[in-house]
Design a protein around this ligand. Structure first.
Ligand code: GDD
Ligand code: MN
Length: 380
């Protein structure tokens, strides 16, 4: 049976932790078809949170406690993950708050999604069935939603609906074990979870969002503050820009493709090669150059290897290039009709910039090198 360890950080949760333990170990775990464990990572809470956990450990053998000095939410989670993997042999870990905001009743559908094959399960407030507390003021709801939207925009990851949620499940093999936990950004803060999510999404093959009914805090007050929010956006933007490096490389390779095209056309002319070949060979050379350079540079992390695979993908790449041909022909003719033939030289850069480039970038990421895992492009 798969072992799922819920890692639950606590700082001064004496008023809530007992209730959470009873709900999870007493009520929810027996209903779930996995070997469920709860690991409380307590940051030496002065209010005696750990004492309560120790008391409950006598009754529940699936309850564990890691007491450590307070290093911040991200760092304490990392310590918990390591403990869960190394000491408890977890197959999957769950991030969950101790204050009742993540209802224990929402755990089972998260684990079900994992058991059904998901590598990364996101407890989402912004999918049907998910919610934020009704008693939240409109401004707070707006900040949460717009903050999320902003990060999704910066990342171009619209298919994720909740990127700041604190309720998530991560498969250890292939996802968590691929992440350099010691070097997460902003580990001492809440923002750690943005980097963790970003990297998990990259590694996970199957990602599933399940509804999270985010509840108001049971007792005591939140440790989140505006500073946490600023750092969260900062981390999100840095991660987003890193991704744009790929776009810059893509643009550079495209420009080199153009040079290959232009120089070989010149060569054809010098050699006196007949018209059809003189115009078509340079295109194919540019395609070869684009495919090769993108493969070893732009998409080096996703590099296509093996002769068969390269041949297959190169064929696909050529088909993709045909798509660009169709786009330019169709939009060019529309532009002719609207602006007249005289405007062609002005129209061309716009077609390239706004249609051909986005099209190519999309196809490379979604179809050829598959850095974007879009649900409607599942096939290899
Ligand atoms: N070990 C440890 N160390 N635990 C901590 C620390 C720390 O430094 N800081 C907070 N915690 C624990 C709390 O005791 C609680 O169980 C959990 O981490 C979340 O802290 P809250 O203070 O309840 O956070 P929140 O409710 O403001 O934020 C929640 O919602 C955000 C999204 O709106 C969390 O789920 C965040 O992770 C999430 O981003
Ligand atoms: Mn909370």
């Amino acid at each position: 049976m798969d072992r799922v360890v819920i890692v639950m950080p606590t700082f001064n949760e004496a008023e809530n932790i007992g209730f959470m333990i009873e709900e999870l170990l007493g009520k929810e775990f027996p209903k779930i078809n996995a070997d469920m464990h709860l690991l409380v990572v307590d940051a030496n809470s002065p209010d005696g949170t750990a004492k309560i956990v120790e008391g409950k450990m006598k009754r529940y053998k699936n309850l564990h406690l890691l007491s450590k000095k307070k290093e911040g939410l991200g760092a304490d989670y990392v310590a918990g993950f390591k403990y869960a993997v190394e000491k408890l042999s977890a197959d999957a870990v769950v991030e969950m708050d101790a204050d009742g905001q993540h209802p224990p009743s929402n755990v089972s559908r998260m684990v079900d999604a994992y058991l059904a094959g998901a590598d990364y399960v996101i407890g989402s407030r912004y999918v049907p069935g998910g919610s934020v507390p009704r008693e939240w003021a409109f401004s707070r709801k707006a900040i949460s939603y717009l903050g999320n939207l902003f990060i999704r925009l910066v990342w171009l990851k619209f298919w994720l609906h909740d990127v700041t949620t604190g309720f998530r499940l991560t498969r250890v093999k292939g996802v968590l074990d691929k992440i350099d936990l010691d070097n997460l950004m902003a580990k001492e803060r809440f923002a750690y979870k943005v980097d963790l999510l970003y990297q998990s999404v990259k590694n996970a093959k199957v990602i599933k969002e399940v509804p999270l009914e985010f509840k108001p805090r049971l007792k005591e007050k939140s440790k989140f503050n505006p500073k946490e929010m600023v750092v969260t956006f900062k981390v999100a933007i840095i991660l987003g820009i890193r991704d744009k490096q790929r776009f810059i490389k893509f643009g550079t390779v495209g420009f080199m493709g153009y040079l290959v095209n232009a120089f070989s056309l010149k060569l054809m002319t010098t050699l006196g090669v007949p018209g059809i070949l003189a115009w078509s060979i340079p295109v194919e050379l540019a395609i070869i150059s684009n495919f090769t350079l993108n493969n070893i540079w732009t998409f080096k992390k996703e590099k296509i290897i093996g002769a068969r695979r390269i041949v297959y993908k190169f064929f696909q790449f050529n088909l993709t290039s045909m798509g660009a041909l169709v786009i330019q022909t169709v939009s060019g003719n529309i532009a002719d009709a609207v602006f007249g033939v005289g405007a062609r030289q002005i129209v061309l850069p716009f077609i390239i910039l706004f249609l051909v480039l986005p099209y190519n970038y999309f196809m490379y990421n979604a179809v050829i090198w598959k850095t974007w895992k879009l649900p409607w492009f599942k096939s290899k």
